[in-house]
Design a binder for this molecule. Structure first.
Ligand SMILES: NC(=O)c1ccc[n+]([C@@H]2O[C@H](COP(=O)([O-])OP(=O)(O)OC[C@H]3O[C@@H](n4cnc5c(N)ncnc54)[C@H](OP(=O)(O)O)[C@@H]3O)[C@@H](O)[C@H]2O)c1
Length: 172
């Protein structure tokens, strides 16, 4: 990426065991973190894999959704669809500039996080105090590459399955 590129931020909720999802859905109920995700991503382009988009089921209001798929027939209304990561990043840069956004958000799932962690400037991880079964994972955050800049514990709020800690990492 060029020096004037708008930075990529991975935003994820992650169990203590690295699990982020199972059978196409989230393995917990955490309305507090959904509210946080909304506030964190409003006004920004979101990059996501087709499976994550399927689990959400609609474009998220106030954001622009860019979905990656290798299926040329995939064309739901209200989103951008792209066929490879380079095209997705290029479109995300253009949309972020058009929106006046200072970040591009990678919103998952595991496949997308794994492909973009090497390109990201920041990781915003909600560490959930659970170890659920699952089949989608957040990649290893190597402390040699990432510096923790925030660690903020929260008790479980109303309707939350567990307590959680908001953690931010900046690329060293
Ligand atoms: N806890 C969290 O913060 C969080 C966040 C998001 C998602 N999730 C969970 O994560 C799970 C989904 O993650 P996942 O890893 O299974 O799938 P995913 O990353 O959401 O989507 C994978 C799909 O994206 C498309 N894709 C990926 N890379 C591509 C590329 N380079 N070029 C073109 N298309 C590409 C492919 O779609 P096609 O098969 O259509 O070609 C691939 O099958 C769900 O359980 C979801 O609930 C959790």
């Amino acid at each position: 990426m060029t020096p004037d590129a708008i930075p990529l931020v991975l935003v994820a909720a992650v169990g203590r065991n690295g699990v982020i999802g199972g059978e196409g859905t989230l393995p917990w109920r955490l309305p507090s973190d959904l509210r946080r995700f909304k506030a964190r991503t409003m006004g920004k382009p979101l990059l996501m894999g087709r499976k994550t988009f399927a689990s959400i089921g609609r474009p998220l209001p106030g954001r622009e959704t860019i979905v990656l798929t290798r299926d040329p027939g995939f064309a739901p209304p209200g989103i951008y669809v792209v066929g490879d990561l380079a095209a997705a990043l290029e479109l995300a840069q253009a949309r972020a500039r058009a929106m006046g956004a200072k970040e591009i958000i990678v919103a998952g799932g595991g496949d997308l996080y794994a492909q973009t962690i090497g390109l990201a400037q920041r990781l915003d991880v909600t560490e959930i105090d659970l170890e659920p079964a699952g089949d989608a994972f957040f990649p290893f955050v190597d402390p040699a590459l990432w510096r923790e800049t925030l660690r903020e514990p929260h008790p479980a709020g109303p309707g939350d399955d567990a307590s959680f800690t908001v953690v931010a990492h900046e690329r060293r």
